[in-house]
Ligand binder design. Structure first.
Ligand SMILES: C[S@@+](CC[C@H](N)C(=O)[O-])C[C@H]1O[C@@H](n2cnc3c(N)ncnc32)[C@H](O)[C@@H]1O
Length: 268
């Protein structure tokens, strides 16, 4: 098979980690996000956040301000407008929110998340770990789309892993939310959406822990879906070039970038 990453789990995959596209060879989805190695990465990441010195936190805070000023805030958690809504009691569904890393960052940023207002939808392993850190009044961990309404949906580094990203729009209709915030999802211009396969190599583990199918979303198709479902699209950061990770793909599938996007419901 052409372009196959033959690196075994546990070994070091050559960079870039994206191999594809999906329709040229079958992805072997090895459920990386439910693996023990991903959990180890989550534990390492949590400890690094929890044990950061006051000086390191201060530096992070300044970096956040600077990134907002220069429009490169894809690494900060949510825009200030969303922070304000959350502080006023908005109900949040964090899809793919893992063990609660986004929530933890909101807390460190002194956002006043109201008791019972924050839910995470992710796999059981992430929930089990999250429950050792947070109380049920802080986070409610779910394993399926709830029937209760929400005000805000967060999709941070997650939309690309959802098998049929277009189906999310009917999910939003059911949740009745007013805002969606999407960050760290790869978009592209000038070509249709496509699915690639990536080797998963988390920063704190550094070896291959599995493979995942990953959707690179045509921004034009995304905007069309938003218009059809009455969502106003606002780009809330500058785009971050992500193309170097796609060097193995055909030329028209390399112009990939991150773009933080805020959706606001215009009417029903
Ligand atoms: C790259 S991690 C992002 C974790 C965290 N949001 C962050 O910003 O670091 C992607 C997360 O999406 C979750 N995920 C993947 N597919 C999902 C799906 N269909 N529904 C909900 N969560 C999903 C994974 O379990 C994983 O926790």
């Amino acid at each position: 098979m052409e372009n196959r990453d033959k690196t075994s789990v546990g070994e070091i995959s050559p960079k870039p980690y994206f191999w594809g596209p999906f329709d040229k060879f079958q992805a072997i989805s090895q459920s990386g996000f439910s693996s023990d190695d991903w959990l180890l990465h989550c534990e390492n990441y949590y400890r690094a956040m929890r044990d950061a010195t006051p000086a390191a936190r201060l530096v992070k805070k300044f970096k956040k301000i600077a990134k907002r000023i220069i429009g490169r805030d894809f690494r900060t958690i949510v825009p200030s407008r969303i922070e304000k809504e959350i502080s006023h009691g908005a109900r949040v569904l964090d899809i793919g929110g893992g063990w609660g890393d986004n929530f933890f960052q909101l807390k460190m940023d002194k956002v006043n998340v109201h008791a019972g207002a924050y839910c995470i939808l992710d796999n059981e392993k992430q929930a089990t770990f999250g429950k050792t850190i947070f109380s049920p009044t802080e986070i409610n961990f779910l394993n399926e789309i709830p029937a209760t309404p929400f005000d805000i949906v967060l999709l941070i580094a997650t939309m690309q892993y959802i098998e049929d990203w277009k189906s999310l729009f009917s999910t939003f209709d059911k949740l009745g939310n007013k805002y969606v915030y999407i960050a760290r999802t790869p978009f592209l211009d000038g070509a249709p959406s496509f699915c690639a396969v990536r080797s998963m190599t988390p920063s704190t583990v550094t070896h291959k822990i599995g493979e995942e199918n990953l959707h690179i979303i045509s921004f034009a198709e995304f905007e069309k879906m938003c218009a059809a479902h009455n969502w106003r699209v606002e780009k809330v950061s500058r785009r971050q070039n992500y193309s170097k990770h796609f060097a193995r793909l055909p030329k028209n599938q390399r112009d990939v970038y991150y773009q933080c996007v805020m959706l606001e419901k215009t009417s029903d």
